[in-house]
Ligand binder design. Structure first.
Ligand code: GDP
Length: 305
């Protein structure tokens, strides 16, 4: 456990060190808040979340009557943790068999790797898993998913060049027939014609519901934590088209800035259904075990160095 926090800290260290320097002075003044504003923007928090955090922080500073900049850092950690707290929710596997999890995301985000990690996580938790290789366009994607299936010793439904929706339909039916608890569908992240991606994903979603009314029970978006404000744009686009139920933020062990999560949290408050979008997991490495539950407090502390 200590090691993933360490890796998260390492990944966020540039952000952390630039925010930490803001509090090395002796006075709490406008200059401090201006430096902090710049540091939060640099950390990819975005204009809205930066403004929100600064206002919240000023209120906390006033209430706590602190005079030491070092104490302001502690109050900022509290403000960030509170903003992120609604995102901290566990992925719960329901009683229906199977629970159908549709996984989406742009190519390179770490979708296939995350599915491997998620499969292992569920298997360790005692759940049977069946994988559906619904990215039928890329042979490499199918092969890669096959490698994860071998490593985690689960079965996979795939069909070269087939219809993604049909693959998913078959997988759900197979899951039902065999009493497998979780079916995870890997979907395409890019098609030859990008415009059609969302349409294809919507079709997969509808087909899952036909195979099993109520499915998919989860629609997870995998987002690369290094893509800055673009991560927020991806979340908004996929949520608008498909209605997401959760996120996995990957590559937080790298050179991620992490502040974009504050932007996602703020946006999440204004979702049409009023529900926060949970970050079920974060990815902190390339190995199967490098998947961790998101913890708002740990994340806030790592973010602030
Ligand atoms: P996909 O195209 O979305 O399916 O992405 P892949 O699963 O193929 O991952 C793309 C690259 O990102 C691969 O080299 C993975 O090893 C790497 N990757 C995925 N998740 C993580 C992570 O949490 N940390 C690091 N460092 N690399 C990751």
């Amino acid at each position: 456990r200590a090691s993933w926090v360490h890796r998260l800290r390492q990944g966020l260290r540039r952000t952390g060190s630039s925010i930490a320097t803001v509090f090395t002075g002796t006075r709490i003044d406008d200059a401090l808040y201006e430096d902090l504003e710049a540091a939060l923007l640099m950390a990819d928090a975005g204009v809205g979340a930066t403004r929100f955090l600064l206002e919240d922080l000023k209120r906390r500073v006033k209430e706590a009557r602190v005079t030491d900049p070092a104490a302001v850092k502690g109050l900022l950690a509290e403000a960030v943790a509170e903003l992120l707290q609604p995102l901290q929710q566990p992925l719960v596997i329901g009683r229906q068999t199977p629970t159908v999890v549709m996984v989406v995301g742009v190519n390179g985000a770490g979708k296939t790797t995350t599915i491997g990690k998620l499969t292992r996580h569920l298997a360790v938790g005692g759940h049977g898993v069946l994988l559906a290789a619904a990215d039928t366009f890329r042979a490499a994607a199918r092969e890669q998913l096959g490698v994860w299936a071998d490593r985690t010793q689960v079965e996979i439904v795939s069909q070269q060049g087939g219809d993604p929706a049909a693959v998913c339909f078959d997988a759900v039916k197979a899951g039902q027939a065999r009493g497998i608890e979780v079916v995870i569908a890997d979907t395409a992240g890019r098609l030859p014609t990008q415009l059609h991606l969302m349409e294809e994903l919507k079709k997969v979603r509808r087909t899952l519901d036909k195979a099993m009314p109520g499915a998919p029970h989860e629609v997870l978006l995998v987002v690369d934590g290094n893509t800055g404000q673009n991560a927020l744009a991806q979340v908004q686009a996929f949520d608008g088209a498909l209605g997401l139920s959760g996120l996995v933020l990957t590559k937080l062990d790298g050179t991620a800035k992490g502040g974009v999560l504050a932007a996602i949290a703020l946006w999440s408050r204004q979702r049409s259904d009023g529900r926060a979008l949970p970050v079920y997991f974060i990815g902190v490495g390339e190995k199967l075990e490098d998947l961790e539950r998101f913890d708002a407090r740990e994340f806030a502390q790592a973010l602030l160095g």
